[in-house]
Design a protein around this ligand. Structure first.
Ligand SMILES: CC(C)(COP(=O)(O)OP(=O)(O)OC[C@H]1O[C@@H](n2cnc3c(N)ncnc32)[C@H](O)[C@@H]1OP(=O)(O)O)[C@@H](O)C(=O)NCCC(=O)NCCS
Length: 177
């Protein structure tokens, strides 16, 4: 298993397939509670534009996608309007002064959960992005206990919690310094 930057368009399509399978609307209540879920749905066009700015990180076993963690530098703000409230909050917290990027969404395929792929993805983030950024920020729905637990275990800390339209969110940061 290796975690590395996305290499081609086929991998962007694999990300969309895994994303679709983990959208809350495609999961049962038990799966949402026990396994977690993703909220934001991207188009191939948006993933292509993100890729032009910075490649996301994927964990692959042969041709199979075991997981992904999206790289979203602040430049993506212009074409992902659904993230605008998060960027506004980051601005209010003074974060826009710092050299940070957003980890836009993380997902591990069901068969690979609990096997270290989450850590592998974030360690590859740190390896590839630390030269250009001092910290990474992400947002997790607090009812996603599994994702909250994994992020806090890795070293993320909570910047703030707030209520959005669908969920209570925690804004998290992982400071590499
Ligand atoms: C969230 C996700 C990325 C984490 O990857 P993973 O491989 O399952 O994570 P790990 O097994 O490394 O860590 C999960 C942690 O949560 C714990 N956990 C598992 N189920 C839990 C639950 N229902 N409630 C609380 N904690 C739970 C595990 O024990 C583990 O903690 P530990 O290492 O301290 O024992 C993965 O489960 C996933 O893709 N879920 C579906 C999509 C998703 O939720 N994405 C995140 C969006 S923010």
């Amino acid at each position: 298993m290796e975690a590395r930057p996305v290499e081609d368009e086929r991998e962007l399509e694999q990300i969309l397939d895994l994303q679709r399978a983990n959208l809350a609307r495609n999961l049962s209540a038990e799966e949402i509670a026990g396994q977690g879920f993703v909220t934001v749905e991207h188009s191939l066009e948006v993933l292509r534009r993100m890729h032009q700015i910075a490649p996301s990180i994927v964990a692959k076993e042969g041709d199979l996608l075991a997981g992904y963690a999206l790289v979203m530098p602040v430049e993506c703000r212009a074409f992902i309007p659904i993230l605008e409230p998060m960027f506004e909050r980051l601005g209010a917290l003074g974060m826009l002064e710092k050299r940070f990027y957003v980890m836009g969404q993380v997902c591990v395929a069901k068969d690979w959960r609990g096997k270290g792929v989450f850590d592998l993805l974030y360690l590859a983030h740190r390896r590839h992005l630390r030269p250009a950024y001092e910290l990474v920020v992400t947002e997790v729905a607090t009812r996603n206990r599994r994702s909250m637990r994994a992020h806090l275990r890795l070293g993320f800390t909570i910047l703030e919690r707030y209520r959005g339209a669908t969920d209570e969110w925690a804004l998290l940061q992982w400071d590499w310094k």
